[in-house]
Write a protein of this length. Structure first.
Length: 419
């Protein structure tokens, strides 16, 4: 608890430095933001003691207001008049921020059971979307923890497990309305887990590397020839930069190979996921290759140090200059609702507290190319909002309410404390 309190103080200090005084703020709004609501429209104006936009200017409004119109953010500023027909809610001393984004999750099926094709070592057309169980208890806990966008992916039984789904964990809507993108990207497991006992080339890291090179070269050749290949369509989109790819890899040797393959040989929109154990030792190379890192579920390391110290992995990536560092839970390995705790502990072990707020919101959104819709509070974006009773990195600060697309999906006063 002493360690967590220290992390909280560090994060609070970092946040305070970012605050913008109301007098220096100018309201930003869409063209029709302040017009009266028409028939069938919905709107709410929210006031909070602090509003963390996570935008490119890192604006923090203290106090601040947000206007939501038909599920989108219509205006944001220190103060403005509430348009006719809009509900107005003043949340007093609460803090408002964007919903969190987790790029490495497995809770969509509702349990530890995962989807793996254990026949084909590489199968980019295999999809996890068919296994989604909307509103399952783990998804409900994710919402109550302030996580509003997830990348639900296949397991790591094979080296290219298939396509994941980017979805919003809506509890009171249809499955289709929660889909952000399907396929949302490709999942690769480059080492350790997918080493196969089937006697084929996948039973060693060298074999896994060969298999990945082979299928990627085939996808690139199909693109170059303008040829359709039904078994490679998703991977072809990765190479045309229409889809991102997330690579499960850990350890210094695996991470080095991942950065070399997916940023050097194949310059695609790729994100290194995990990067645990002693992988931080090659973080300068990851930075040199310009590869984003999505750290978790292990965010600390002690076995590879020679002096017995505990190393904060995220702080090492940040110190090396790795771009767009983000956090994951690999849920349910770490419970999805504890994504904020990944940020708190990373701050405790050397990472900047405010940067950890970005690591849970805008950084993963940019890395995966969904920042036009989620990750920050900006005019025109989806109204995915989290209201907290205090600093998001403080375990004592509860989630008071969560909106997804402008609709309240969790209200602590209404629904009770979920965890």
């Amino acid at each position: 608890m002493v360690a967590l309190r220290f992390a909280t103080l560090c994060a609070l200090g970092a946040v305070a430095c970012q605050s913008t005084s109301p007098s220096s703020d100018s309201t930003r709004a869409s063209a029709d933001a302040f017009s009266a609501l028409g028939p069938g429209e919905s709107g709410v104006a929210i006031r909070a003691d602090k509003v963390f936009t996570m935008d490119a200017e890192d604006r923090v409004l203290a106090p601040g207001m947000l206007l939501v119109r038909n599920g989108k953010i219509a205006a944001i500023g220190a103060h403005f008049e509430v348009p006719q027909g809009f509900e107005f809610v003043d949340y007093g001393t609460a803090w408002l921020m964007p919903g969190c984004v987790d790029l490495h999750t497995h809770i969509h099926a509702g349990g530890f059971g995962d989807i793996n094709d254990m026949v084909l070592p590489v199968n980019p057309e295999f999809r996890s979307s068919a296994t989604v169980v909307p509103g399952n208890p783990q998804i409900a806990r994710a919402v109550a923890g302030g996580v509003t966008t997830l990348f639900g992916i296949p397991g790591s039984g094979t080296s290219m497990g298939g396509a994941g789904i980017l979805y919003k964990p809506k509890l009171h809507a249809t499955f289709e309305s929660g889909v952000l993108r399907d396929p949302g990207g490709i999942k690769v497991a480059q080492d350790s887990n997918p080493q196969r006992g089937a006697g084929d080339l996948g039973n060693s890291r060298a074999g896994l590397s060969w298999i990945l090179h082979d299928i990627n070269d085939k996808a690139r050749a199909a693109n170059a020839q303008g040829r359709r290949d039904p078994g490679l369509e998703n991977l072809m989109k990765v190479h045309s930069r229409e889809l991102p790819i997330l690579i499960h890899t850990a350890g210094s040797d695996g991470v080095g190979n991942t950065a070399r393959m997916w940023r050097g040989r194949y310059p695609v929109r790729s994100v290194l996921s995990h990067g645990c154990f002693d992988a931080w030792k090659v973080s300068p190379f990851v930075a040199e290759m310009g590869m984003p890192a999505n750290n978790g579920p292990r965010t600390i390391e002690y076995s590879s140090t020679r002096d017995g110290r505990i190393t904060g992995i995220v702080s090492k990536y940040l110190d090396a200059g790795v771009p767009l560092v983000s956090l994951n839970t690999d849920s349910p390995v770490v419970p999805q609702e504890e994504l904020f705790l990944q940020g708190a502990m990373s701050a405790r072990y050397g990472a900047d507290g405010y940067t950890m707020l970005r690591a849970m919101t805008i950084h993963p959104a940019i890395a995966f190319g969904i920042d036009d819709r989620v990750g920050s509070l900006e005019v025109g974006k989806d109204a995915d909002l989290v209201l907290r009773t205090g600093n998001a990195l403080d375990p004592r600060a509860a989630v008071a309410a969560v909106w997804i697309d402008g609709r309240i999906e969790y209200d602590r006063a209404r629904d009770g404390q979920t965890f």
